[in-house]
Structure formats: C-alpha cells, structure tokens
Design a protein around this ligand. Structure first.
Ligand code: PMP
Length: 353
C-alpha cells in the first residue's frame, strides 16, 4: 500500500448491467425501453443547431422544467432536474441523510442505495421484505436518519399501495422519505399527489425507462419547495451545468408527446402480461410485477444456470448472486418479438435442464 492510500475515500462501486458491444444481443438486462423515443425527439435531434453547443446550457433547464411542470401540474419550485435519477438520488442522499442516524431501505432493493450510503459514510439498515417481497410498513416506524423506498420495487417489480407509503411518510415527519418511482409509469400509482400534503416527501422519477431516453440521462424529483431548495443548494455547490443542452431540449419534446408515451408504455404492459402467462407455463414463478421487468425463478433449474445458458445464446438478463434472490432472474420486458425469442430459448433450456 502506498503511503497516501490511507487518505483515500475507498468505495466499492455499484455494478451496472453489462452494455455489450455486440449489437446482435437481445438486451433484457438494464430495463431500458425497447422502443425509440417519440418521433418529435428524432426530428428535433436532426435539426439541432450544433453551433449552440459553444454556449453553456441553462442552469435551470428551463424548457424541460416548463414541460414537466405543465405535464404534472406542479410549480417550478416543486421540481428538481438531474442527470438521470441516479444523480438526483445521489444528491438527495447527500442533502437529506445528514443526521448520523441510520437510513432505512428494504433488504432487497436497488443496489445503489448502499453504495451511496457507503460513499457518504451514512449509516444504514436494511429492512427485510416479507415472504411475498412486500414491505412490512411497521418496520419503518421509529427513529431513523431517512427512508428510501422504490415503488414499484427493483428488482422485484412489486408495487405497494400509495396508502402504505403515506402511512410511512406521515409517521416520519422528522426525516425525509424518498420514493424512487423509476418504474411507476408501468402500472403503478405515483405518490406525486402527496407532495403538497407532506413536506418530508421527495418523489423521484426518470426518463430512462418509460420515456425511452436512458442515453440522454434525465431524472427529476418533485417535492415541497423548501426540500427542493435544499437539494438545489447542494447541487449548485457541486456543479452548475449538469444538464446538457441536447438533453434539455430533447427531454422537453419527449414530455410534449403524451400520446406516444402512453402508447409505448401500454405496449410494454401488454407484452409483460402475456409473458407472465407464458413464463408460468414454463414453470417459472414471480411476484406480480408492475414494472417493465419480471423477477422470475424456475421450479427446477437454478437461475445462474439459466442466466449462463441465455448468455451463450446472446440473450442478456440480470442475475445477482446474493442472499434471498440468487434463484431469480430479472428479465426486462422487450418488444414482442424479443420476448418470443426469449421464451423459445427458455423452453429449450428448462426442458433440457
Ligand atoms: N432507481 C431505480 C430503482 C433503478 O432501477 C434505476 C435504474 N438503474 C435508477 C433509479 C436510475 O435510473 P437513471 O439514473 O437511468 O434514471
């Protein structure tokens, strides 16, 4: 060890799903949208005046903020925009989880939460989900340094009723409750309507899944103006120009095309419901997903074996060798054709296993 290494902030980073170079892969491992962004986004991208790129972007991402405020019926003071919801969540951890008391989140959840907690030296406790992968709401009553819950949860896809989350939010006026709604558009219900009622609620969403724009990196949070103000203070103490110009303009255009958004999301929901039936016929079980993925376990064959076999066939899904979930695969819902290929291969794999 070098002498200076003692003084390094050491962290074990988050491991994102593999982004293969090979374009032949059927990529069902990072919950991206299988369809392109709205047609207007393409048109705008093609017409984008690259000469403008010499200028710094709008620090308030005004065009995008206007579009989102209009769409969700909120005031600019209730909105925060960041570089994907990972950026928003990382800044929210830094801003709101500062008490020294443990932050609470489920034991099975988005694996970035413990990474941020470790990065910022925030103590944390994982609250075990029940046998059906549901939250035990009473576990979230008591003294804590903050709470973060994804709804629907990842990687399970399980949705908790807004009433359950409201009880948790109401029981914790002394700490900020973050509801991570990365997947809420695929059949969940947003806690957005509660931001006027609870000043400790931050609702986080993303353009990466339902709006088919993971590549542009847009996320946002909605909350009480005071909460948003603190978040902005931290953000502007870090980097003023986080949102780049194309993301601001193309993101705003995506919000304007509500019809395309709804159409795309509905296609994915319909495909998901069909795939659930077909997976069940092949001997898979899964919690009832309201997200754009299914968390499935096979009655006879180990998840790891299926994962390896699928990969050999150029079909990428996600597998974690972790307690309670090592017998599950998280399968993103792709296009109907992609899912037909997946199901055909799964049939061969489980029949031969
Ligand atoms: N929250 C959850 C629960 C997620 O699964 C993801 C996607 N990995 C994110 C947040 C972050 O997504 P993004 O930064 O692309 O908005």
């Amino acid at each position: 060890m070098m002498k200076w290494e003692e003084n390094v902030r050491k962290v074990e980073p988050y491991v994102p799903g593999e982004q293969p170079k090979n374009t032949d892969v059927i990529k069902l491992n990072t919950n991206e949208c299988p369809y392109p962004p709205a047609p207007g986004v393409r048109k705008l991208a093609e017409e984008f005046d690259y000469g403008k790129l010499r200028l710094y972007p709008d620090t308030e991402a005004g065009k995008l903020a206007d579009a989102l405020c209009g769409y969700y019926g909120i005031a600019p003071e209730q909105l925060f925009i960041g570089v994907g919801s990972d950026d928003v969540l990382a800044l929210a951890f830094l801003t709101f989880f500062h008490s020294g008391k443990p932050v609470w989140f489920p034991d099975i959840t988005y694996s970035f939460y413990d990474v941020w907690a470790q990065l910022y030296r925030i103590p944390y406790e994982r609250k075990p989900l029940d046998g059906q992968f549901n939250i035990v709401k009473e576990d979230y009553f008591g003294e804590n340094g903050g709470i973060v819950i994804p709804n629907p949860n990842a990687p399970t896809g399980v949705f908790e009723e807004v009433g359950v989350l409201e009880e948790i939010i109401a029981a914790n006026p002394g700490s900020v409750v973050i509801v991570d709604e990365a997947y809420v558009d695929f059949g969940g219900e947003s806690c957005r309507k509660l931001i006027g009622k609870y000043d400790n609620l931050l609702v986080v969403q993303t353009f990466s899944k339902s709006r088919a724009m993971a590549g542009l990196r847009i996320g946002f949070a909605m909350g009480n103006p005071k909460l948003i103000g603190y978040l902005k203070d931290v953000k502007f103490s870090f980097n003023s120009y986080t949102m780049n110009m194309p993301s601001i303009e193309l993101g705003a255009e995506a919000v304007r095309d509500e019809e395309y958004f709804k159409h795309t999301v509905n296609k994915i929901i319909q495909t998901r419901e069909r795939v659930k039936k077909e997976l069940a016929e092949l001997g898979f079980t899964f919690p009832d997903s309201r997200a754009n993925f299914i968390f499935a376990s096979h009655e006879k064959m180990a998840a790891k074996e299926i994962f390896v076999e699928l990969k050999k066939r150029n079909i990428f899904v996600r597998f974690w060798d972790k307690p309670r979930i090592r017998n599950y695969l998280r399968i993103t819902v792709g296009t109907g054709e992609q899912m037909d290929i997946l199901l055909k291969n799964l049939k061969e794999i489980v029949a031969g296993g």
